[in-house]
Write a protein that binds this ligand. Structure first.
Ligand code: SF4
Length: 371
């Protein structure tokens, strides 16, 4: 199917408004919903399509996004682990690459001038557009009247007089526009990006430093996260314990052939997954500690008098470990947020990263501006 425009569709109100506005002006729009371990809801696409009458495609960019984090985002992080400028550049590049597939001639984004301190200031909007290479094909219909005309407007393909001049953090104009466009279901304002949430960032941080791959960031979204620290130093051993049945199912689904799975042989209790990290050795001592940690989350096993059997599986191989309930172990939750932030700042320090011409903040440093 052919379209006139591809719209970045996050499911947030601005992305809905931008797509609906262009539809109302007679353009055929396809929404692109990007999916990575940190945001994106594949299971919502059908609901949105029906609710807003916008065809939407899910686009998985997990590997590209993880590579962006590994390479360190050129424009740094927002208040948490959110690399907003680089994130938008990546999404726009991906959208541009899809234009020919859908025979579309331009891209729409719901960005609003001045709405976000990091990525929606004029300088940041320019940098995003230029770095993504979408100067001639990107239209921001909600703020277009405040921005220089795009080739789509200059050529008459899009009627500039029908585009909007929304500016700033207020939402009044968006709500009025939603009413005009007949949108009754207004999504919650929170962006749904886990990279911007401290609790999620604490989970992601050790993964980013030790074993950054898309599957393992997915694992970091599940259950209790426990990392072994010995004499205050991280040893790199990671154990994920399901909190509920759905977590156990999810961990099984995400499990790789070299991961270790721990379950209680004779008692009800959670599943624990130890994701494989290349070069890391699980000694017998550490395996026993992991088994003891699992027992601590299983009430019936924890109060049992006598040793408890833990079944350990790795691919087709199985073995049994016996532990006494209450045995000590060194698995503990990830670092608190303030410590994580300190490490993040140390990580970014001294990086020689190109600074965009108009950028006021120093690229490569952790940014304090909220996104
Ligand atoms: S909040 Fe998250 S999804 Fe939004 S631009 Fe920033 S990093 Fe990307």
């Amino acid at each position: 199917m052919n379209y006139d425009a591809l719209a970045l569709f996050s499911g947030g109100l601005d992305s809905i408004l931008a797509a609906k506005l262009m539809q109302s002006l007679g353009h055929k729009v396809l929404g692109l919903h990007f999916i990575i371990p940190f945001f994106g809801q594949q299971d919502q696409i059908q609901t949105w399509t029906l609710e807003y009458a916008i065809p939407i495609e899910g686009v998985d960019i997990s590997h590209e996004y993880v590579q962006l984090l590994i390479d360190f985002p050129t424009y740094g992080f927002g208040q948490v682990l959110n690399p907003c400028v680089d994130c938008k550049v990546l999404m726009l590049r991906q959208a541009k690459a899809l234009l020919s597939k859908y025979k579309a001639s331009f891209i729409i984004s719901g960005e609003v001038l001045g709405q976000r301190p990091m990525s929606q200031r004029t300088d940041a909007l320019n940098i995003i557009r230029n770095q993504a290479g979408v100067r001639d094909v990107l239209l921001r219909p909600l703020s277009a009247g405040l921005l220089p005309p795009t080739p789509m407007e200059e050529s008459g393909l899009v009627d500039r007089s029908r585009l909007l001049r929304i500016n700033g953090r207020g939402r009044r104009e968006q709500y009025a526009l939603a009413k005009t466009l007949g949108i009754t279901k207004i999504p919650a304002q929170s962006g749904g990006c886990r990279l911007a949430e401290r609790e999620s960032a604490r989970r992601y941080w050790p993964v980013l430093r030790l074993c950054p791959e898309a599957r393992l960031f997915e694992v970091a979204n599940v259950g209790r996260q426990l990392w072994r620290r010995f004499d205050e130093e991280p040893s790199g051993h990671w154990l994920v314990v399901g909190r509920q049945h759905e977590d156990n199912e999810r961990l099984l689904a995400l499990s790789g052939p070299k991961d270790l799975q721990f379950t209680l042989k004779d008692f009800p209790g959670p599943l624990a997954l130890a994701p494989y990290i290349a070069g890391l050795v699980w000694t017998d001592q550490i395996l026993v500690e992991a088994a003891a940690c699992l027992v601590s989350f299983a009430p019936k096993a924890r109060t049992h008098r006598g040793p408890v059997d833990i079944l350990v599986k790795q691919g087709q191989r199985e073995s049994i470990i016996q532990v006494e309930p209450g045995s000590e172990h060194d698995f503990m939750p990830p670092l608190a947020w303030d410590k994580t932030r300190e490490e993040q700042k140390l990580w970014s320090k001294g990086r020689d990263i190109w600074a965009g011409p108009d950028l006021e903040f120093t690229p490569g440093e952790v940014q304090e501006g909220a996104e």
